[in-house]
Design a protein around this ligand. Structure first.
Ligand code: HEC
Length: 155
């Protein structure tokens, strides 16, 4: 497990939870904050979802601090297109064009307190973020190869 991104993430998350007006919700984990701006969300809804603009920020903020080259929990690495293909994240967890068969979506939609709901600790993925990921998968889950498809956790 990569300690640095995790602790940065924890700090960010503490910061965010202090400002969250709904922190009294009866979840075991704090509700998440949508990482996309309202205008980015609107674009993702009205136009084809763009990996760099809409998907990458979500994976970077909510998934890649754990699902990276070093840790690969569930054997899943989401840090690049090549890694996602190699570890079966694309094909098994993400089935391009078929959101209902994509465990990446169905697992992350399970009850937030469920043991296997993702992310298992820290800030939850929000319904808005999930709907963007779902639309992206439905549209074919385009994930650019090379540099454009690299996903790094927040610094
Ligand atoms: C805090 C670390 C952490 C974060 C953040 C995280 N995961 Fe995971 N993930 C894990 C661990 C640990 C496992 C292995 C769980 C198991 O095998 O029971 C896992 C497994 C998975 C699996 C496979 C589930 C299974 O049943 O084998 C999927 C799909 C997944 N994660 C998706 C995501 C997505 C999407 C995100 C971002 C929204 C995310 N994860 C964020 C730690 C994390």
């Amino acid at each position: 497990m990569n300690a640095k991104p995790l602790s940065t993430f924890t700090a960010l998350f503490l910061l965010a939870s202090c400002q969250s007006p709904s922190s009294s919700e009866s979840e075991t984990r704090p509700p998440g904050t949508t990482v996309l701006s309202p205008s980015a969300l609107a674009t993702a809804r009205s136009q084809p979802v763009d990996f760099s603009a809409h998907v990458k920020p979500i994976l970077a903020a909510k998934c890649v601090m754990c699902h990276n080259q070093e840790a690969q929990p569930g054997k899943m690495d989401l840090s690049s297109q090549a890694a996602a293909l190699r570890t079966g994240a694309i094909g098994l967890w993400i089935v391009p064009g078929i959101p209902d068969q994509s465990l990446l979506l169905t697992k992350t939609t399970s009850a937030p307190a469920h043991l296997k709901a993702m992310p298992p600790v820290g800030e939850q993925i929000t319904p808005e973020e999930l709907s963007v990921l779902r639309k992206w998968v439905a549209e074919g889950a385009d994930w650019p190869s090379g540099k454009a498809g690299l996903v790094s956790p927040p610094n």
